[in-house]
Design a protein around this ligand. Structure first.
Ligand code: P1T
Length: 381
């Protein structure tokens, strides 16, 4: 089936009792049992929920995976993934991951005995250089948040498998419409469903999909045992959002290309990070690995003061954390999403005080362009 057909239908048969075309919100904590040990397969809602299962089946199909498991947030998903490891295990992680991912690893799982190395995975050799006998997981975010570095998923998967560990990819910035990491050999893919999958900025959630049965079984055990589950209503909102994922991504994409073209010539923009520009170091790789360049642009206007003027002048871009919704958002990574990353590491990656990130929505592109241009003009004085 085509992507749009799967987005609308996969994993969602009409509900058998009433024929309800959309999967109902099974808003229950438990299920009646006919006798001791005699149940329908549904015992308790932390363990099984039909609305959640529909979302899990749907995203698994969209990513080309056999299995999916949903969690209460993107961070809950990554946390559950970390719980599949044990003290002494070593993780190699993309250095420029979402700040919350770094915080979780650095402030929580390091204390529990996991060890981490953060490397620039856009250079595959850095993974080899960081390898130890205890390396069990390579955690890749591509494109990265917020610098939009592109990692070669086929090359990384090949090396990591030869060396004997697993590759898990945070595909939040792309959505399965634009990138399907399992096709390049990754072992599992995760998303903050809060972003493009839901697409309407009205819930928080996460999901991990894989065809690796052992990993899936571990993640399923932990979903129940540790209990970081999403509520059914949030799963339903994610499912509803996904039905238009392909349509939204096309619009996000074309809007972003147009804005990037306008911005690259603007005097206020000292540096621009967008894989769609031929000058971006990951441009050729992104063309091979992705079906488009995504809808995030980061740009440096030189100072905190200029960044303040930009975020205060825009009217259509709302100053807020998050991304991937129909409405355009603007944020300041150094103070907002990546405040937990030490300043010296932020500086080394280019997350400067003048760096601004936009998540381009699906509004009319002429309006967005005029809004952003006025803000960039303002940055100059
Ligand atoms: O917010 P949550 O659903 O827990 O997802 C965390 C997360 C995971 N991975 C990536 C790549 C992300 O960007 C995020 C969340 N990011 C933001 C809130 C942000 O503004 O960048």
């Amino acid at each position: 089936m085509g992507f749009g057909t799967d987005a609308v239908h996969a994993g969602q048969e009409p509900e058998p009792q009433t024929g309800s075309v959309t999967i109902p919100v099974f808003q229950t904590s438990t299920y009646q049992q006919a006798g001791i040990g005699d149940h329908t397969g549904y015992e308790y809602a932390r363990t099984q929920n039909p609305t959640r299962e529909a979302l899990e089946r749907n995203v698994a199909v969209l990513e080309g995976a056999k299995y999916g498991l949903a969690y209460g947030s993107g961070m809950a998903t990554i946390s559950t993934l970390a719980q599949t490891l044990k003290a002494g295990d070593h993780v190699i992680c993309t250095n420029n991951v979402y700040g919350g991912t770094f915080r979780l690893f650095d402030k929580v799982y390091k204390n529990l005995g996991l060890t981490f190395d953060y490397v620039d995975t856009t250079e595959v050799d850095n993974i080899k250089a960081a390898w130890t006998d205890q390396t069990r997981l390579v955690f890749v975010e591509t494109p990265t948040n917020p610098m939009l570095g592109i990692t070669d998923l086929a090359a990384v998967s090949k090396i990591v498998h030869e060396l004997g560990a697993k590759v898990v990819v945070d595909n939040t910035f792309m959505s399965p419409y634009l990138q399907r990491p399992l096709e390049f050999g990754a072992d599992a893919v995760l998303h903050s469903t809060t972003k493009y999958l839901n697409g309407h900025s009205d819930m928080v959630g996460g999901i991990l999909v894989t065809s690796d049965e052992a990993l899936h079984e571990q993640m399923r055990f932990l979903q129940n045992a540790a209990g970081a589950v999403p509520g059914p209503w949030d799963c339903w909102l994610a499912l509803r959002g996904i039905k238009t994922l392909h349509l939204r991504m096309q619009c996000h994409e074309s809007n972003t290309r147009a804005l990037a073209t306008m911005m690259q010539d603007h005097e206020a923009v000292q540096k621009m990070y967008y894989p769609g520009l031929p000058s971006h170091p990951g441009h050729e790789l992104a063309k091979r690995q992705q079906k488009g360049f995504g809808a995030i642009i980061s740009f440096d206007v030189g100072s905190l003061d200029a960044a303040q003027r930009v975020v205060q002048t825009v009217k259509l871009f709302t100053l807020a954390e998050s991304l991937g919704g129909v409405e355009s958002l603007i944020s300041h990574p150094a103070v907002m999403t990546h405040a937990s990353v030490p300043k010296k590491d932020r500086d080394a990656m280019g997350i400067s005080e003048g760096l601004v990130r936009v998540s381009v929505g699906v509004e009319d592109v002429e309006d967005l362009a005029a809004d952003l241009k006025a803000a960039l003009d303002r940055a100059l004085n």
